[in-house]
Design a binder for this molecule. Structure first.
Ligand SMILES: [Cu+2]
Length: 640
């Protein structure tokens, strides 16, 4: 295959072309110098997060000149745990703010990259943990892989006062063995990251370590490769139909800007169709993966975005393997623990895809037989967080539809199979995969035909037989306007086909109705943990499928700014405390989605992609089907 990759120019210039462009390597270094000069980076202070502090929306929309360019850093001292939330101005070369965290109230900074190696060393040096391993037959701990898991907050004073992780163990006996196939169950080390010691070992039961290999690269496990797949090649002899200018992307009627952040990954900005705004900003700024095993690992629940930072682990994509066809890539720049920039080549993949039939009709009266092909523009990236891999895909269609799809793949988190254990599936002999959820939060800063928007909940139901409905066939819509933040915490209801319509309160279509976009949810379960559980307090956003808030630039993170060991209540439940009016205002729609995963044997040893997501469809945004002008495919199709 020929290399058709198109490189975007100026991905890392010192002076970004637009205020929403991601921070560049030169900017990270300049910000670091400002912090160092202010005495904020004394050894051993590390960066738990470092990213762009976006310019305020009103300034960007007003296209104000001389906007202040700012970066935000989460600093943590590895020896004292002292944590500081810093904002610097690159424009004025100064520290704008430096707030010391109170971890008991605010929570802890995210996990550092250097924590992984440190935790492995600390755990393996602990006599009590070594004894627990030895009792299970592992005198030589060099075969053990340690997995640090964020601690949560469970009201145990001795845990909660520390910056800590809990550690599970897996065996990797050979160099290419898949460790996840061999969990050492029943034992966990609790590691204090500041004191750099194991302060507790829980050792509750012993089960045999599952033996069957999960090494799917090994021919003995997978069998010989099949030889029956003929090549599929995707070519666009005249090149793609989109243009990428720096981070500005245009395709058909769509225009948008592409952003990337070490915490939330990909973000889309100023998404417009036909020059009409739809979204000021869209991203997936949180996800939580709570496990449903109530035994000694009851604390297992990762906030991959807020605690580990999904953007930091962005994959470098390969043409012909990860992306097929005429691809344009954007690089992503993230930083390491010391604030040094690292550029990940080919991090964001942009291409267009044929997507089957757009519309088709054979008319029985006038003889017309017409068929049109649907296409979509795809903007995506992939990240690896521990055992799982996630692909975040945004699709833009010719008919004005926007779709978000998350692809979950990788390796299941495993335990040893217990008899009489209703909380997991056996996926290999003696090997279990606990039930769990992947709950994502989408932040959709809606601007449907402008800033003044409102949200309506739309249910569809059949009406009972009555004087106006004598044969009981009536179908009616129930439209409920969500007027206040307190009223807009809503759940999906598949039995009513529930959707949420975001409408302009200023612009109407040719029927005199407000222009709008409708959010179609998947209606999968929200958080299944008991509402009184410690997790439910920390994952408040996951209690509802929908939240609507009045725009506030400080409301960025659905589970709060500092998610790791946060005591709870932060994020969306706090954002709506003021119960603001959301009818005809500048609003943000937040949508919780994602699968409740009951693993199947077919998910082992590596999981075929499981998809989830949501769709935003124009609803009276256009006056009719906006794709009548799409021509038939060249040459051989009728109806032109
Ligand atoms: Cu899963």
């Amino acid at each position: 295959m020929t290399d058709t990759a198109v490189r975007a120019g100026q991905t890392d210039s010192a002076h970004p072309a637009h205020p929403l462009d991601p921070a560049t390597a030169a900017e990270y270094l300049a910000g670091r110098d400002i912090m160092a000069a202010a005495g904020l980076l004394a050894e051993p202070v590390r960066f738990a997060y470092y990213g762009l502090e976006e310019a305020p929306k009103d300034e960007v929309l007003a296209d104000r000149k001389a906007m202040d360019r700012r970066l935000r850093a989460f600093l943590v001292n590895r020896d004292t745990g002292e944590s500081t939330d810093v904002v610097v101005s690159l424009t004025h070369a100064e520290v704008v703010s430096a707030r010391r965290l109170d971890p008991g109230k605010d929570g802890q900074m995210p996990i550092l990259e250097s924590d992984y190696a440190a935790v492995d060393e600390i755990t393996k040096a602990d006599p009590q943990w070594r004894a627990a391993m030895a009792r299970r037959g592992y005198q030589d701990v060099s075969q053990i892989r340690t997995c640090p898991i964020t601690a949560g907050m469970f009201g145990v004073a001795d845990d909660d006062r520390r910056r800590m992780v809990r550690v599970l163990a897996f065996v990797q006996a050979r160099e290419h063995d898949l460790a996840w196939a061999h969990p050492v169950d029943g034992v966990a080390a609790y590691v204090d990251l500041v004191e750099k010691k194991v302060f507790k070992v829980t050792d509750e039961f012993e089960l045999p370590v599952p033996a069957e290999s999960g090494d799917y690269d090994d021919e003995a496990v997978r069998g010989p490769h099949r030889t029956t797949l003929k090549p599929i090649e995707i070519t666009q002899p005249e090149g793609p139909s989109f243009t990428l200018d720096g981070h500005a992307l245009r395709w058909q009627d769509w225009s948008m800007r592409i952003g990337f952040d070490a915490r939330e990954g990909l973000s889309l900005h100023q998404v417009s169709v036909n020059g009409r705004p739809v979204l000021y900003r869209a991203s997936i700024p949180e996800m939580v993966v709570p496990y449903g095993d109530p035994k000694f690992r009851y604390w297992q629940a990762y906030f991959d975005t807020g605690e580990y930072l999904v953007g930091k682990f962005v994959n470098s994509l390969e043409l012909g393997c990860d992306c097929l066809g005429e691809i344009a890539y954007l690089d992503a720049t993230v930083t390491d623990d010391t604030g040094q920039p690292r550029t990940v080549p080919n991090a964001i993949c942009i291409h267009e895809e044929d997507f089957g039939i757009l519309w088709k009709h054979t008319d029985i009266f006038n003889g017309s037989a017409a068929s049109r092909r649907q296409r979509r523009l795809v903007v995506s990236y992939f990240t690896t967080v521990g055992n799982y891999d996630y692909g975040f895909y945004w699709y833009f269609y010719l008919d004005g539809t926007i779709e978000c799809e998350v692809k979950a793949t990788g390796v299941l988190f495993t335990s040893a199979q217990q008899s009489e254990h209703p909380y997991s599936t056996e996926v290999a002999p003696g090997l279990a995969a606990p039930f769990h959820q992947h709950l994502f939060s989408a932040r959709l800063d809606m601007t449907v035909d402008g800033l003044a928007n409102a949200v309506e909940e739309v249910d569809v139901s059949g009406l009972p037989i009555g004087p106006d409905n004598p044969y009981g066939n009536a179908i009616a819509q129930t439209v409920t306007r969500l007027t206040r933040e307190s009223q807009a915490g809503r759940r999906a209801d598949g039995s009513r086909g529930r959707t949420w319509r975001i409408v302009s309160t200023e612009r109407s279509n040719r029927f005199g109705r407000p222009t709008g976009y409708t959010l179609y949810p998947e209606s999968a379960p929200v958080l299944l943990a008991d509402p009184a559980s410690p997790l439910a307090k920390r994952a408040g956003f996951a209690a509802n499928h929908l939240w609507v808030t009045r725009y506030d630039p400080a409301h960025r993170w659905p589970a709060g700014d500092f998610v790791n060991q946060n005591p709870g209540g932060a994020g969306l439940p706090a954002f709506i405390a003021g119960d603001q009016d959301i009818d005809g205002a500048d609003i943000v729609v937040w949508h919780t989605f994602g699968p409740t995963h009951v693993p199947r044997p077919e998910d082992w040893p590596v999981m075929p992609v499981a998809r989830c997501g949501f769709v935003l469809k124009p609803t009276g945004f256009f006056d009719r089907n906006p794709t009548l002008d799409v021509p038939p495919p060249a040459g051989h199709c009728s109806g032109g």
